[in-house]
Ligand binder design. Structure first.
Ligand code: NAI
Ligand code: OAA
Length: 310
């Protein structure tokens, strides 16, 4: 694994490229954007950080897809972010076209890449990239669950006054307000979280997690980038290192959880060929109900996408 392309040199894309370079695990990161100078500038700035922070990963910026040729992994962050008052779904008409055209351009120059989608609305943009790429679904998936789980873990760490390192959690469903944090699968240094925290505080943290993206949009006037960029870089890392780590990712379901032909957040193993296994948790009736509601919402946005392309 030597070459990673990050499409979109904006807040999330540039952060992802920079965090990835710091990991020093790939030979080359290409940052591509319709704004070529922005991509070249951010790549050059990151490359000039290499002697300070000690990494060898070469970063280049471009607007020309020829420079992405032979990419092993592609992270798609191109598209518009939301502004206060908007939902992620409001981005669909603009971002569907961008993600489809970007995927087509990538596929013209790379034979069998792994594609990680970040652009919103995430679940449907992953569906769009999968459709446009013609790649096996084990090689096209979306980043959301790592970020949403990280927010949940960070809120818990604050409430419990513990290191976020010690909090493990799973979260499922679409990347929106219907996402499903799973307290029953949350532990603090191996201790079930429900033994550590009262239910009102836990419920408030679950609710805050669900609107965690919106909280940041309200504060900043645009959406988050540090944690999102780092989350996408973590997915690249586990693939490059062929670690088979388990992360919640947006993946195509084929009957798992009683759901079919839908991209939704579920725990998967990630290795050098992409998704190596999709894990089916033994959800209880309440959890399953929440997951089905979330799937229903994602399906309604998928229909909007399908109608745009009919
Ligand atoms: N999945 C997730 O958890 C998250 C998703 N996002 C999404 O990621 C996307 C990017 O967000 P930011 O980086 O904050 O936005 P940004 O506006 O800072 O950057 C987006 C970049 O995409 C570029 N772009 C637009 N059309 C393009 C095309 N056809 N080809 C190449 N580049 C193109 C723009 O020139 C811009 O530089 C948004 O859709 C946002 O909603 C953001 C955070 C988390
Ligand atoms: O909230 C947004 O629009 C961006 C995003 O997906 C997130 O930060 O979770």
């Amino acid at each position: 694994m030597s070459k990673v392309t990050v499409v979109g040199a904006g807040n999330v894309g540039a952060t992802c490229a920079n965090v990835l370079a710091h990991k020093d695990i790939v030979k080359e990161v290409v940052l591509i954007d319709i704004k070529g100078d922005l991509a070249r500038g951010k790549a050059l700035d990151s490359w000039q950080q290499a002697p300070i922070d000690y990494y060898s990963t070469q970063l280049t910026g471009t607007e020309d897809y020829k420079d992405t040729a032979g990419s092993d992994i592609v992270v798609i962050t191109a598209g518009i972010p939301r502004k206060p008052g908007m939902s992620r779904d409001d981005l669909i008409s603009t971002n569907a076209k961008i993600v489809t055209s970007v995927t087509n351009s990538i596929m013209e120059h790379s034979e069998n890449p792994i594609i990680i989608v970040v652009s919103n609305p995430l679940d449907v943009m992953t569906y769009a990239a999968h459709k446009a790429s013609g790649l096996d679904s084990s090689r096209v998936f979306g980043m959301a669950g790592i970020l949403d789980t990280a927010r949940y873990r960070a809120f818990l760490a604050t409430a419990l006054n513990v290191s976020p390192k010690d909090i493990q959690a799973v979260l499922m469903g679409g990347h929106g307000d219907t996402m499903v944090p799973l307290p029953r699968y949350t532990t603090v240094a191996g201790i079930p979280v429900e033994e550590m925290i009262d239910s009102d505080t836990l419920n408030a943290i679950v609710d805050r997690t669900k609107s965690g993206g919106g909280e940041l949009v309200k504060l900043m006037g645009t959406s988050a980038w540090y944690a999102p960029g780092a989350a996408a870089a973590q997915m690249v890392e586990t693939i490059v290192r062929d670690e088979n780590r388990i992360f919640p990712c947006c993946a195509l379901l084929n009957g798992e959880y009683g759901l079919k032909d839908i991209f939704l957040g579920v725990p998967v193993k990630l290795g050098k060929s992409g998704i190596t296994e999709l894990l089916e948790l033994k959800l209880n009736a309440d959890e399953m109900e929440l997951l089905k509601t979330s799937a229903g919402h994602v399906r309604s946005v998928m229909e909007v996408f399908d109608n745009m392309n009919a």
